[in-house]
Design a protein around this ligand. Sequence first.
Ligand code: AMP
Length: 310
Amino acid sequence: MNKLLIVGTVAFDSIETPFGKAEKILGGSAPYIALSASKLGVPTSIISVVGGDFTPSYLEMLHEHQIETAGIQIVKEGKTFFWKGKYHTDLNNRDTLVTDLNTLSDFQPIVSETDKNAPFLMLGNLHPTIQMQVIEQLPKRPKLIVLDTMNYWMEHSWDELMAVLKKVDVVTINDSEARQLSGEYSLVKSAQKIQEMGVKYVVIKKGEHGALLFHKNEVFFAPALPLEEVFDPTGAGDTFAGGFTGYLARTEDISFENMKRALIFGSNLASFCVEKFGSERLQTVTEKELEERLFQFKQLTQFDIELEKS
Ligand code: AMP
């Protein structure tokens, strides 16, 4: 089993959805990615930073999930990255009300000797310069580098983002961000343009409408499971990315065919994430529940049509 090294934010999130509010709960791209991969039995290690105000029990919880947290620097006099978001009634759209970078603004990532040879690297959503600094510290290029990003970094650090995109194999991004990044409305054209930026595979996340995987002229679609209730979509994108990359690390196979399966594993994990606030549901989901839902995914997409041979 291959180790997955993760760099990303570890945050306090305040979230408001039509169903309620949560104040200063555990958030950030890294915990969602790591929890998701850990549910597939993949050993992970997080590189990040928090302030002296961070809740120690959150680190203990990550540890209990076999997630290495020694790479999370604690800046005693600093404050933890803080994000506040509010969802619209349809839950597909949200407004970011606050992004306080705090300790993230002068964070220098340090990759430990034990993490330096991790064969899989997930650059979770955070400053592209920090993503680049992690790549630069690795003595050997990992087997696979996956990058996630968002509109915030396109608006604040475009050049740095362009530079790091050239160094990665896969980018995972949501549909509106893919349009923003490429300047194209069609997602097919967006994916082509993003590949021209230097990325080999493009995964476009479409929330409750599933995800698309593009590589050259090939395309694959994975649905999201139609759920009776979605409580809080925060972290679904990161959970998806963690499940996708985690599955590739678990199977040690980075072929396009295996990426199709990885997309389903990512969607499966994300379908649990949205059932409760923050990472709460992800923390408790069992192997049996994941397996049962995989079966539902299969049922959802299987059909039998006789095709006439021409
Ligand atoms: P997702 O819903 O998958 O897009 O991820 C939500 C998580 O992203 C939240 O837990 C936030 O703490 C985190 N987040 C929000 N804005 C940023 C940002 N600019 N950089 C990194 N992480 C962020």
